[in-house]
Design a protein around this ligand. Structure first.
Ligand code: UDX
Length: 436
């Protein structure tokens, strides 16, 4: 069986490397030639733990990477589409790449005897796959279900854990219009995964599952963040103990209850926006989803107020921001609350020194030289008047009194409560704790 994968972002490249490393014949396609060149040297164009090693192994075995979409369409049994679907300025999803790829596939199929199944992994609002099918039918003058198949197969992998999640997904969702095509894709996955629950359904339900999933995760985070904010007004309260206790209730579940500065990244904020805008098109008012979003965007303001109470003013003060990426083990700063906080502190005329093990280069592209950057914790803390832990990188939980000695004023603001159990010779303020 030959596999084509179009789009080499987190999802596409992790999937291509995982399949290739197991000896599957995979042709991964990207239109960006520089990206293709880099990937062919075994280096992913972004930081993702374990991916580089896996990619190198895959390149030695079954994986080829190129820009030759024609070859992929003409020779693959399954063509996975994993191109990005970012947000438009109106909060809708931008289907330009996906529709472009669909048109190309259609044009190639018009002159090919191949009858592939096209599997859409890109996150798209319900009924997009139907539109994609129509584009392919129009361009190829061929019929879905007869000359090619179309499947919606949303993906749930997390950045920072893309490799593990690709090998061990918690679910495989396969949405299609006919059982023959659904079974073909299911059979492929059954050869690759053992003990994974399958949900087979129609395409629009599969598309909806992805949005419901991410919206629910966002809801859990905003819920616990709101509880954390309330905890702050009750002296001695600890949000982590609250989360631990409610998480033991199997009806709630313990994951995604870590209070913090708000969720960021390339998925949760975007998917929530897209679902809100999508439902408003039908005259639905998604009040809960809007509240989740509002709670999240307010978190950075809450943090500024929290810091104002501690520091009184920011002007001229050197503030160390520890962590720029939206989550640990990632260099991704898309919708990172840390970046948002920096922009706001700059408006308050603070002097910012930013530390991150991986995300400095990406941040520099956005913030430029308005702040200083360092990969050294010592340099980040030297003469600082306040250090703010934003991203839960493991190394920040190792901070100790020796590191803090370098600070001008030993004030720590910990939005992830990484240092809560440490005896620090510093004024320690963690969000989510009742101030005594
Ligand atoms: C998310 C979904 O988890 C994944 O299933 C989907 O495929 C893509 O979107 P990702 O964006 O990689 O994955 O990150 P995730 O681990 O979900 O974290 C998103 C944000 O929420 C981060 O900013 C993280 O710090 C924050 N978060 C997460 C919390 O603040 N508290 C939590 O308990 C969990």
């Amino acid at each position: 069986m030959k596999i084509g994968i179009i789009g080499t972002g987190f999802v596409g490249l992790s999937f291509a490397a995982a399949l290739g490393s197991k000896g599957y014949q995979v042709l991964a396609i990207d239109s960006d030639l520089d990206k293709v060149k880099k990937i062919n040297t075994g280096n992913p164009p972004f930081y993702e733990p374990k991916l580089s090693t896996l990619l190198k192994e895959a390149l030695k075995k079954g994986l080829e990477v190129s820009s030759d979409i024609e070859q992929a369409v003409k020779t693959s049994d399954l063509i996975f589409i994993t191109v990005g679907t970012p947000t438009t300025s109106e909060g809708k999803i931008n289907l330009k790449s996906l529709k472009g790829v669909a048109a190309e596939i259609g044009q190639i199929l018009a002159h090919s005897k191949n009858k592939p199944v096209i599997v859409i992994k890109s996150t798209v609002v319900p009924e997009t796959n139907r539109a994609i099918k129509e584009i392919i039918e129009k361009e190829s003058k061929k019929k879905s279900g007869k000359d090619f198949g179309i499947i919606s197969n949303p993906e749930f992998l997390r950045e920072g854990r893309a490799v593990d999640d690709t090998f061990n997904p918690h679910i495989v969702v396969i949405g299609g219009e006919d059982s023959k095509t659904i079974n073909k894709v299911k059979k492929f996955y059954e050869g690759f995964y053992k003990n994974v629950p399958y949900i087979t359904t129609n395409t629009q339900t599969a598309e909806m599952i992805k949005y419901a999933n991410n919206s629910f995760l966002a809801t859990k985070i905003s819920f616990i963040n709101q509880i954390a904010n309330i905890c702050q007004s009750i002296p001695g309260t600890n949000v982590d103990d609250v989360a631990k206790a409610i998480g033991i209730d199997p009806r709630i579940g313990k994951q995604f209850l870590k209070a913090g500065p708000g969720y960021g990244g390339s998925c949760l904020p975007k998917d929530l926006r897209a679902l809100i805008s999508f439902s408003e098109n039908f005259g639905q008012d998604p009040t809960l989803l809007k509240a989740v979003q509002k709670t999240n965007t307010q978190q950075v303001e809450n943090l500024i107020s929290f810091m104002t109470k501690i520091l009184t003013r920011f002007e001229g003060k050197k503030i160390s921001i520890l962590g720029l990426s939206f989550k640990e083990d990632s260099d991704d700063i898309r919708e990172s609350v840390s970046i948002n906080l920096i922009k706001k502190l700059l408006k308050h005329k603070a002097k910012i020194v930013a530390h991150d093990p991986m995300a400095i280069e990406n941040t520099r592209k956005i913030i430029g030289d308005k702040i200083s950057y360092t990969k050294s914790i010592d340099e980040a803390l030297k003469d600082s008047e306040c250090a703010v832990i934003m991203t839960p990188w493991k190394l920040y939980s190792k901070l100790n009194n020796k590191d803090l000695k370098l600070m001008k004023n030993k004030i720590i603001v910990d939005t992830r409560r990484l240092l809560i159990k440490k005896k620090l010779d510093a004024k320690y303020y963690a969000t989510g704790l009742g101030l005594k």
